[in-house]
Design a binder for this molecule. Structure first.
Ligand SMILES: Nc1nc2c(c(=O)[nH]1)N[C@H]1C(S)=C(S)[C@@H](COP(=O)(O)O)O[C@H]1N2
Ligand SMILES: [Mo]
Length: 307
């Protein structure tokens, strides 16, 4: 790198994609003039809405519009399949995403293995429109469906010793050709500090554009952390482990000087970025535009380049 199915009927399944999208763009523009909370309150999704007032996209000089569904689902990074962004969708299309279980273990008093059906029933889906910024310099705006990771963690009752959370991806060399092709430290792994993992912006996504996730986007369940470089948002999560120590992570293991554990989006690293579908480069924002929500997590830390 230089650089699933829900039992809900989604509105997007009965609304043509372009109508859905233009309605969202309209709502979005209206929302930009007022407050982010309005976006979620108007979301034409399952009837479940985001937490009132949950900050989503921060208004900027260059208004954000949703990245088209086709780009979100056909321009992907998913090295378990291939390093070719445009080939992921096809190579991943038969990936078995059901049945699926997520094991949550480690420093908690109530470790559990959840089936996808349990997860979807226990944690109602909300829509979250987030920017996603890949370290390779491209970015998107994606209307995710998911729920705060902290809800799942609360269910297992972390002990006071739990300071970090590790996320383990899928190891399946039969279904994931990239795992056989590339000599990388499989399975894909990621990690967060407990307070980052507990932050309301950090979600487990099970859908986008009002539909279940497609395999190439991380089905049936993936992490999304909008203020960090895209590689932190691990796809097809199988295990979540509460730990006392900082876990090792995939990209940091491969290239520690380039990919730090924190990996917060920073204009000190990248001045500009290419939003997919746009003809101009836009400035990269501190914490990907979420500084008001997350900067305090790092107060007093000297986050150097690539940390
Ligand atoms: N398991 C897994 N998760 C992953 C990756 C990967 O290769 N494997 N790539 C990451 C990178 S580099 C990015 S930019 C985002 C891309 O997400 P998208 O394809 O849904 O846009 O997924 C991240 N999550
Ligand atoms: Mo990325």
């Amino acid at each position: 790198m230089k650089s699933y199915s829900s039992n809900r009927v989604h509105s997007a399944e009965i609304t043509p994609e372009n109508v859905y999208r233009s309605r969202r763009d309209f709502i979005k523009l209206a929302g930009l003039a007022t407050a982010g909370g309005i976006l979620s309150a108007c979301a034409p999704n399952s009837g479940q809405t985001s937490t009132p007032g949950t900050p989503q996209l921060t208004p900027t000089l260059f208004p954000d519009t949703l990245t088209p569904w086709d780009s979100v689902t056909h321009y992907n990074n998913y090295y378990e399949f291939t390093i070719s962004k445009t080939d992921v969708a096809d190579l991943a299309k038969n990936f078995t995403t059901s049945p699926w279980k997520v094991q949550v273990s480690g420093l908690c008093s109530n470790p559990q293995t959840f089936s996808m059906e349990q997860i979807l029933a226990m944690f109602p889906s909300q829509e979250r429109i987030y920017r996603m910024r890949c370290v390779e310099d491209w970015s998107m705006v994606i209307p995710w469906e998911g729920f705060p990771l902290n809800q799942l963690m609360n269910a297992v009752k972390p002990t006071s010793e739990a300071k970090y959370v590790a996320f383990i991806g899928t190891l399946d060399t039969a279904e994931m050709p990239g795992q056989a092709a590339y000599n990388y430290p499989w399975p894909y792994t990621e990690g967060l500090r407990m307070d980052e993992a507990s932050h309301d912006l950090t979600i487990l996504a099970t859908g986008l554009y009002g539909k279940s996730l497609e395999p190439q986007c991380g089905a049936p369940i993936r992490l999304v952390i909008p203020w960090k470089y895209g590689y932190k948002s691990i796809k097809a999560v199988k295990k979540i482990i509460l730990l006392a120590e900082q876990p090792s992570t995939f990209w940091n293991t491969l290239s520690p000087n380039n990919y730090g554990f924190y990996s917060n989006v920073s204009p000190r690293l990248d001045a500009t970025e290419q939003r997919i579908g746009e003809s101009f480069r836009r400035p990269t924002l501190d914490f990907n535009g979420y500084a008001d929500q997350v900067a305090t997590l790092y107060t007093g830390m000297d986050l150097q380049i690539n940390s």
